[in-house]
Design a protein around this ligand. Structure first.
Ligand code: GLN
Length: 379
């Protein structure tokens, strides 16, 4: 097999789901809900299965889906989005990120990644022949040092990846930070590739800023996004790339030869989600705020330190006081003995960092209570 494959391992996140399933643990590792999508979306799915949607959709996305998507993005960002020029529909943001990287980078190009980072980014960089260079997000608020970012840009990267709200730290980048990143990217002629699946899961007083909506940003920002988290449909694998027509023309080619297209009946059904009123997103936000409070209230009682997330639905818990040799051993013990699975934090860091386990709280109240009660054995 190719040498580049020895540079990264299988996904630890997906591996933990398999471990959780095999030992019957409550799975707070891979982030996905245990509750259903909105009723409107479920009904639309039933109808779509009887419709004429069983063959390939247009490779860059079914027209009705792109139309609805463009309207929703316009509502959120104020940008005029042309469904025929600015969008490629992909199999989740996972494919969108791969498409963005392969569109932006030549082999040998450097890409800035904030660390800790969602584990796909390093693999995406390596698979597209690029070399990740890292800039640290520093606990507790996960800000970066401007000097470190400037030094990274001086290495002439082709792109910078910004996960906002950020997985695994829960950081929500401020408008000022995004403007600074954009200015540096403009100075050094680099793309800003954003990954924003948690756009609607943000906790007050924090607010989500779309990097692509900042003044002058649209030509430079390649936005990757997903419907997975917003409509609780992680298994549908629906995402998209939003960018300038020049970038999209190239991204369509990458996407076409990688996958041909996302599932046609699911694109059709997901239109019902995209057409939900603003109140849906307000309720989603409130729902996740309650889940966060519930889960964090248990964590506080364990006495283990953690940083409260500003957005997304993950929390990094410092387990160093428990005396395990490392986080991987700790995560196995948590899954097998305590019955709660999380992800060893080391899979999100460039340097050896074994203090954390990442848990997610995208679960029903009863699941979070059951997991919380198990975690209290640590108190
Ligand atoms: N984003 C989710 C997580 O970090 C999982 C995404 C995936 O497995 N594709 O757990």
């Amino acid at each position: 097999p190719a040498d580049r494959l020895s540079q990264f391992s299988e996904s630890v996140i997906r591996g933990m789901t398999r471990l959780a399933n095999s030992c019957g643990a409550i799975n707070l590792s891979q982030g996905f809900p245990d509750f259903d999508p909105p009723e409107e979306v479920l009904c639309a799915l039933e109808q779509a299965t009887r419709g004429p949607y069983h063959q390939y959709a247009v490779t860059w996305g079914a027209p009705r889906f792109r139309q609805a998507l463009a309207q929703k993005i316009t509502r959120n960002t104020g940008l005029e989005v042309d469904p025929d020029q600015h969008l490629v529909v992909t199999c989740g943001s996972t494919e969108a990120m791969m498409v963005a990287m392969m569109t932006a980078c030549n082999p040998g190009d450097k890409v800035i990644v904030f660390s800790p980072f969602y584990e796909n980014y390093a693999a995406d960089a390596i698979l597209s022949g690029a070399e990740p260079i890292y800039v640290t997000l520093n606990a507790p608020d996960f800000g970066y040092l401007r000097d470190e970012l400037v030094a990274a840009f001086e290495q002439k990267p082709k792109a910078i990846i910004v996960c906002n709200p950020s997985n695994p730290t829960g950081k929500v980048f401020t408008r000022e930070e995004l403007s600074e990143i954009l200015d540096l990217a403009t100075q050094h002629d680099a793309y800003v590739i954003t990954d924003e699946p948690y756009e609607h899961i943000v906790y007050e007083p924090h607010v989500h800023t779309y990097a692509c909506s900042l003044p002058g940003a649209f030509e430079r920002v390649i936005t990757c996004n997903s419907l997975s988290k917003t409509y609780s449909i992680t298994g549908w694998r629906l995402g998209y790339v939003l960018a300038s027509p020049e970038v999209i023309a190239q991204a369509r080619k990458v996407h076409d030869f990688l996958t041909v297209g996302a599932a046609a009946p699911l694109q059709e059904a997901a239109v019902a989600g995209l057409e939900l009123p603003d109140s849906y997103y307000e309720e989603l936000q409130a729902l996740y705020a309650r889940k966060k409070e519930l889960f964090l209230s248990y964590l506080r009682r364990t006495g283990l330190p953690f940083t409260e997330p500003q957005g997304a639905y993950y929390v990094m818990v410092d387990i160093s006081s428990l005396g395990f040799p490392n986080d991987t051993e700790a995560a196995k013990w948590f899954a097998r003995e305590l019955g709660v699975a999380g992800v060893p934090g080391s899979s999100f860091f460039r340097e050896p960092e074994h203090r954390f386990i990442r848990f997610h709280f995208a679960k029903k109240e009863e699941t979070l209570i059951a997991a919380g009660e198990r975690l209290l054995r640590l108190a």
